[in-house]
Design a protein around this ligand. Sequence first.
Ligand code: IPE
Ligand code: IPE
Ligand code: MG
Length: 258
Amino acid sequence: MNGGSNGVPRSNFTSAATPVPRHVAIIMDGNGRWARARHLPRVEGHRRGAKTVRMVVEESRRLGIRYLTLFAFSTENWNRPPTEVAALMQLFKRYLESEMDLLLKNQIRLRAIGDLARLPQDVQESLAQCQAATADQRGMDLILAVSYGGREEIASAARRLAHAVQKGELDPSQIDINLFSGQLYGPDIPDPDLLIRTSDECRISNFLLWQLAYAEIVVSPVFWPEFSKDEYLRCLERFSSRIRRFGLTDEQLAEFRQ
Ligand code: IPE
Ligand code: IPE
Ligand code: MG
């Protein structure tokens, strides 16, 4: 994901002039607590959460958001009970199969970031199929972060650059922010302008550690299965009322906007 000169992400001046963020990233949290509060199994929370995904995808597209990244499964989530992991993988596969038509109808390109090789073979195949089928769509990029860890992403970028240095293809002095971000999972994707996390948790949990450098963070108290269109719009409103300074003064920002 690209940075601009002086470390000020390129996307941000565009979004400062428009109320709709170009890139929204969401940590979809609270499925388990939603289920527990209703004496339901955790997996039921995940099932209901998948319905919220559909709403958020459609609404984002309608609003003209260009990139939507959803945190679906973290590297740390592999340590959950095997039955929950298996249920999540099955749900994930079913989601990919059932949403294909909706994605195509809405000109949505599906992409995935993460350590995808760890996913079960059938999930990898569904993912590849869905990515291939939607590859030409240009209305919105829906980026699913699965088996994703920000630290792993950064370490793998460093590893690739180290190999290039070892082979004599790169001099260490050439490594700067732009070159480094070019080695991350989605090098063409601009940094998120807005990060939403549901269920009142105020942490990043290893999500997009590099790319969130200047994202506005909005925490919603609502558990993901109950996250509604109205609550989503409220989060977007909170974003549009923020002043993003990127380390500058208000006076400098006023000059930039003229
Ligand atoms: C988010 O909900 C979904 C995943 C992490 C896969 P959780 O399953 O984390 O729900 P809580 O946080 O336990 O309520
Ligand atoms: C973050 O949620 C990962 C996803 C939403 C996929 P977690 O529920 O795993 O995060 P922690 O463990 O509460 O930090
Ligand atoms: Mg959680």
